[in-house]
Design a protein around this ligand. Sequence first.
Ligand code: PLP
Length: 420
Amino acid sequence: MDDKKNMRPESLMMSYGYDPHRSEGAVKCPIFQTSTFAFKTAEDGKAFFEVAYGIREKLPNEELGLIYSRLNNPDLEILENRLTLWDKAEDCAVFESGMSAISTVFLEFLKPGDLLLFSSPLYGGTDHFIHHFLTKFGVNILGFRPGQTEEELKVLIEGSGLADKLAMIYIETPANPTNALIDISCCKGIANSFSTEEKQVIVAVDNTFMGPLWQHPLQLGADLVLYSATKYIGGHSDVIAGACLGSKVLMTRIKTLRTFLGNMAGPWTGWLLMRSLETLKPRMELQAKNAAKVAHFLKDHPKVEKVYYLGFITEDDPMAYDIYKRQYDCDGAMISFDIKGKEHEAFTFLNNLKLMKLAVSLGGTESLAEHPATMTHVDVSQEDKLSMSITEKLVRISVGIENHEDLIWDIGQALDAVEI
Ligand SMILES: Cc1ncc(COP(=O)(O)O)c(C=O)c1O
């Protein structure tokens, strides 16, 4: 396999980490639907457990076998190895949902009394976990907004009186649902300046909106990158999963907690995601191409007030433009827009779509549209919603792989039904 290491990830998604000759010559990795694995000898079982539980390090040429599907399973391990290629990560852990990946990271790196700095807006589920669960366990939380400078953030942290307790900076960029941008390397600089010999402040980035293709947070200084694999990685709106990637040292901690929480992905989920990864690049590229056409159509439409799309960030907003140029390989396939009007006009648009589905989630082959203020972000406080542009008139679209002319026709006819 080593000779393939330099190939591009898309060339390796069909084969990396799988040897057909260990599975009756099957070209595709089978679904290893088993809870447990037979040891050849008791000595083998002892050796596998010693390494799995950290009692000793793996010996240089030692071949370890599988133990039990809560710890390891071929579908999970091969999938994780393939995912590392996109982000050039040392290791990866896959979970049964994006939320289980995110909550496991919080639980591993935060303890009562610690301070968590987080960007807003965040996905509604993450926002809920931070505000309603972490605070219950005595974690101090401090939010910040896109547009705040490094100096302002340092003042914010110092002003909290808990600077010595800062343990993690958690960000989502582009943010769900407004595509607002946060500077990853700036966050790493802040994390470094509050780290000590005893304590490393972790920077974790939810990269769901860009999938593993269009933004590489680990290369920009992040310690951990997180995905709702339900979205672009799964890509067909038929599986719920999550992933976390980073250095071996950090991932060992995350995988150990995963073993005891038992929230790893099962073999069927692993197999589905491996199938999805084979088409990740062409799917996402087509989605981005379609999104650019849809975004331009919306921008010029008389019933649309404002479009939130990466491709429309200009030098008029120097801070966002600078982040946009440094962090992104593509404008993505997520678009939000303010319709002229309020909830009634937004709902009329959504209720009149014929091809696009009115549904939450994103990143799938089919286009989806939703109303963040009353759906995905309903739980965010009214004050925060208003300050983050999550208003009654905001509609979010995830662009799929349909023919772009059909998508534009559908959006056009749904806008025609709106009276302003
Ligand atoms: C940006 C983002 N992060 C995390 C999640 C949570 O992922 P999951 O639904 O797979 O648990 C979502 C779900 O919509 C999301 O949009």
